[in-house]
Design a protein around this ligand. Structure first.
Ligand code: BF8
Ligand code: SF4
Length: 624
């Protein structure tokens, strides 16, 4: 493939050329080898859930005809729904198990054996505790934290009532969920139930499986992810607006470069803390470097960008290419979205590839078993390794292709409220006046099937032109940043209303709200707005889009957004098209059930237009 068709970015294109020269294989190369994909799998009509199979349903099969049912008798609808259900369960498990790891870290702090972590935002802890119905008056903060830990743990497991943060959900939305029986209970319960339902001979009614998929996703959005976000703010500080930089240019020729990759800031925060210690910097200088750069990849990068302002090296499809610069001493990973190919690519250079989680090990990696107890020690060891690697760097193989671009980050809901003077009113007034016509959350990944970031950036530009304020998380953040959309000056690309508002507030037209678990911030913001207007989330001029998504987690996010009432665009479909019933539920049926649905559209301009129309119709229905 022509390199200019693979990514819209100069840094990516330059590194793709270098990768070819250096003999490094990338995701794009492997995609070409895998294409065409298995048609049955693409349509979702393969089943491997038991060993009477594996079975596959022919797309051409007549009902009741040859290859229309698996050995057990399951038809295409049942098989597609089951596969989709497990896909959603996988995504919900990823976010939520990450959330559980954060609870464990707070618990270790409470119990006094994680001296290197602390409660950095005690005010938020108190606020959350009060929200959870925990007594706070006159109590020691550590005792309050202990109760918050217990309350959060109780959101996992076999509970029969709703997860805690359903308290945030607008009353009308709760009614919708109760009526359908999809109010989320325990996170683990919903995930386990999905595994149970999709065992041979259980839930053999596609619409029923789809409803549980929604419930499972809701337990992620309103519990697993929400807990991850809120507790990370308590442990590491609630983000406030700050400046940083983005693209491969943040990797510096002169410094020891450490990339943190994965999702859980419990690891990356420690790496950063160690890298900022004077003794470490002195050590790096002794090795001939000017200092130490810790830069982010993917979501753990977003976490540190939001709270600490570290520079962002890149998103999903930049992870391999970052190493190809030849200037990365160490890649430190925790879990999720880490291509196993990074081990081989690291080995082509002097790069140390270090995994840190017992549950996410990579063959060929250096393994460090990070725990809340030993985190600082392990971080120091990693710093030593990186500094040592600096001596092995081959300057002849270093190519850092571009200069970094400036970005603004740190727009937590708390920060947004503060910027508005403590109340949502000014923002709601702007919406009522039509200055801001609505909001769009543009989130998710890269996928080598789509020219990297072409859709992510394309959709955002169209939306802001139409005075729709955009909120970004996850890998879309880097895309927006590189395009200059995360700076107040980016408002020049916006329509007149949004441009004026951004000018008045000194904010960008696209607000960075964090990592993928931080989509929970957007859920909460939607709930706050809906509650203050006394309407349902589905009544708001709010839409969502995952233009270049690839993961189970992104599908879970999409589904909890829809089930929460947000019309959601996907740039490519999940593997469900082999079932008319399932496809029809996703694109239409959900609208009647939960007041929102998915829409699939590969073309960014057309997609933005569909989202824009939705905003218009919601405004009209509200009398705006
Ligand atoms: O959780 S946006 S590629 S890094 S899945 Fe992964 Fe997608 Fe990036 Fe973060 Ni989210
Ligand atoms: Fe085949 Fe049914 Fe077994 Fe699936 S569960 S592999 S469709 S027999």
């Amino acid at each position: 493939t022509d390199i200019t068709e693979m990514s819209i970015w100069e840094d990516a294109q330059r590194m793709l050329e270098k990768a070819r020269k250096d003999g490094v294989e990338t995701a794009w190369d492997r995609l070409a080898q895998q294409t065409p994909h298995c048609r049955f799998c693409e349509l979702g009509t393969t089943c491997r859930n038991c060993v009477m199979g594996p079975c596959r349903i022919s797309a051409k099969a007549e009902p009741g005809g040859k290859l229309s049912r698996g050995v057990c008798g399951a038809d295409a609808d049942v098989i597609v729904a089951r596969n989709f259900g497990r896909f959603i369960a996988g995504g919900s498990a990823g976010h939520s198990d990450h959330g559980r790891d954060v609870i464990e870290t707070l618990e270790a702090v409470v119990e006094g054996h994680a001296a290197n972590y602390q409660i950095r935002d005690a005010a938020k802890l108190t606020r959350i505790a009060a929200e959870l119905g925990i007594a706070v008056e006159g109590r020691a903060i550590i005792d309050v934290a202990a109760d918050v830990v217990d309350a959060c743990y109780s959101d996992f497991g076999s509970r029969r009532k709703a997860v805690n943060f359903v308290s945030r959900v607008p009353a009308k939305r709760k009614e919708v969920w109760d009526k359908l029986g999809i109010t989320p209970r325990g996170v683990d319960r919903e995930i386990a139930e999905m595994m149970h339902r999709t065992h041979m001979g259980c839930d053999n009614d596609a619409p029923n499986t789809m409803l549980h998929a929604a419930r499972c996703a809701l337990s992620d959005g309103w519990a697993g992810s929400m807990i991850a976000t809120e507790l990370c703010d308590i442990l590491f500080g609630t983000p406030t607006p700050r400046k940083s930089t983005v693209n491969l240019g943040v990797i510096k020729k002169e410094t020891v470069n450490i990339l943190v990759h994965g999702h859980n800031p419990v690891v990356s925060e420690m790496i950063l803390m160690a890298a900022r210690e004077p003794e470490m910097i002195a050590l790096a200088k002794k090795a001939g470097a000017e200092g130490i750069t810790v830069a982010g990849l993917c979501c753990t990068g977003n976490e540190l960008l939001m709270r600490q302002g570290i520079p962002m090296a890149g998103n999903h499809l930049m992870t391999e290419l970052a190493i190809v610069t030849g200037a990365v001493e160490a890649v430190v990973v925790d879990y999720q979205c880490i291509m196993p190919s990074l081990v081989q690519i690291s080995a082509c250079y002097h790069t140390r590839f270090i995994d840190t989680a017992a549950k996410a090990r990579f063959t060929g990696a250096i393994h460090m078993n990070f725990t809340p107890e030993n985190a600082r020690e392990e971080a120091h060891k990693i710093l030593h390794m990186a500094i040592e690697a600096f001596a092995e760097r081959d300057p002849g193989r270093v190519d850092i292709p571009v200069e970094p671009v400036d970005i603004m980050t740190g727009f937590s809901n708390e920060a947004i409220l503060e910027a508005l003077g403590g109340s949502l009113e000014p923002l709601l007034d702007a919406v009522k006046a039509g200055t801001v016509r609505g909001f769009a959350a543009v989130v998710g990944c890269n996928n080598p099937k789509i020219k990297q970031d072409s859709a992510n950036v394309g959709i955002i530009k169209e939306l802001i032109k139409n005075d729709i304020m955009v909120l970004v998380t996850g890998c879309v953040t880097t895309a927006a940043g590189k395009a200059g959309l995360l700076m107040p000056e980016g408002a020049e690309m916006a329509g007149p209303g949004l441009r004026n508002l951004c000018g008045a507030l000194g904010i960008p037209p696209v607000l960075h709200m964090g990592s993928c678990v931080d989509n929970a911030r957007i859920l909460q913001l939607c709930a706050l707005i809906a509650n203050s207007l006394g309407v349902d989330i589905s009544d708001l001029p709010v839409v969502a889009s995952a233009p270049e998504w690839y993961s189970e987690k992104a599908a879970a996010i999409g589904l909890y957004a829809v089930a929460s009432g947000v019309y959601t665009h996907l740039g490519l479909p999940p593997n469900i098209l082999g079932s008319q019933v399932v496809t029809d539920i996703a694109l239409n049926g959900l609208e009647d059930l939960v007041g929102a649905s998915f829409v699939v559209e590969p073309d960014p301009v057309k997609a933005a237009e569909l989202l824009n129309q939705r905003v218009t119709s919601k405004r009209k229905a509200l009398g705006l």
